[in-house]
Design a protein around this ligand. Structure first.
Ligand code: ATR
Length: 275
């Protein structure tokens, strides 16, 4: 049977095997998808071993997304721009790196949450790997502006500089900011910081939320609860990262199998499973 996996450390709580198993069932594809806990210094060897066993693709999660770019033989433009890869396609002619996180976020916001991004002002909190993966696809979704706010301003500046040419091509405004100095209202606020922020600990002013703004945390479950409570308390529409998780997986499935699985159905099933 065709073999796929997710590699990470930690990886035990990954929902990806469940999601890909449902995608396979619903599309009539026959495959196995496992999770592999990879030693922190063992990513290259783990990919080589999996490939030698006939593995066809893997998802890559913390902390290996940068290593995945390094070991690949070619990268899609969106993976290059992100500097990080969450999807490896292990083909006979090479290792192809892609990054489906941004497409996952955009699809979740537009298709699942029903919120159009074109013309919107977006605040992105955080400037790590998670943020890097989503700026390009949001620019391509024709947002009006993205403000990257981060505890360490220099990292926000770096992301803005890296995406400046793409933003210019699409007529999008790209700005960087310190967390506490951002005060203007936004249509969409995305929390891409690594920490699970408690309600009181959300590091930006509630003034950033327009009434009815979409406030999305890339985490889900208890890790997203504080941010979502904060959003709800300030009349925004809270959303967790479960939809982004399913949608980035759907993009990976499309790359590997050539078929787009019914992601909205699988998201609804996953929510029911976790409830
Ligand atoms: P990831 O790949 O998940 O993005 P990362 O690259 O380590 O992880 O980035 C973590 C992000 O969360 C960074 O933007 C980090 O801010 P710094 O660049 O200043 O380190 C942010 N972050 C982590 N803990 C935070 C906290 N307690 N408050 C605010 N931002 C935090």
């Amino acid at each position: 049977m065709d073999q796929y996996c997710v590699m990470g450390n930690p990886v035990e709580h990954s929902r990806s095997p469940w999601i890909h198993a449902r995608f396979a069932e619903l599309t009539g594809h026959s495959l196995q998808y496992s999770k592999k806990l990879v030693p922190l210094d063992g990513f290259d060897a783990a990919v080589a071993a999996f490939r030698a066993e006939g593995g066809l693709g893997c998802n890559v999660t913390v902390p290996f997304k940068f290593d995945a770019v390094r070991i690949s033989t070619s990268q899609t433009p969106r993976a290059q721009l992100a500097g990080a890869c969450n999807t490896l396609h292990l083909r006979p002619d090479g290792i192809f790196a892609d990054n489906t996180d941004g497409a996952g976020l955009v699809n979740d916001i537009q298709s699942n949450a029903g919120f159009t991004l074109a013309g919107r002002d977006v605040l992105l909190i955080g400037a790590g790997g998670a943020s890097a993966g989503v700026i390009g696809p949001m620019i391509e979704a024709k947002v009006r502006s993205i403000t990257v706010a981060n505890r360490t301003l220099a990292k926000a500046d770096d992301l803005v500089t890296r995406h400046a040419a793409l933003a210019q091509r699409h007529g999008a405004l790209l700005l960087s900011s310190e967390l506490h100095s951002v005060q203007s209202p936004f249509d969409v606020v995305v929390n891409a910081t690594a920490s699970s922020l408690s309600g009181a600990g959300v590091p930006v002013s509630p003034a950033v939320l327009k009434p009815g703004a979409l406030a999305l945390d890339m985490m889900y479950g208890p890790a997203a609860a504080g941010f979502m409570d904060w959003a709800r308390a300030h009349l925004a529409v809270p959303r967790d990262g479960l939809g982004m998780l399913v949608e980035q997986a759907a993009e990976a499935f499309l790359i590997w199998r050539g078929v787009r699985p019914p992601s909205a159905q699988v998201l609804a099933e996953l929510r029911a499973t976790l409830a």
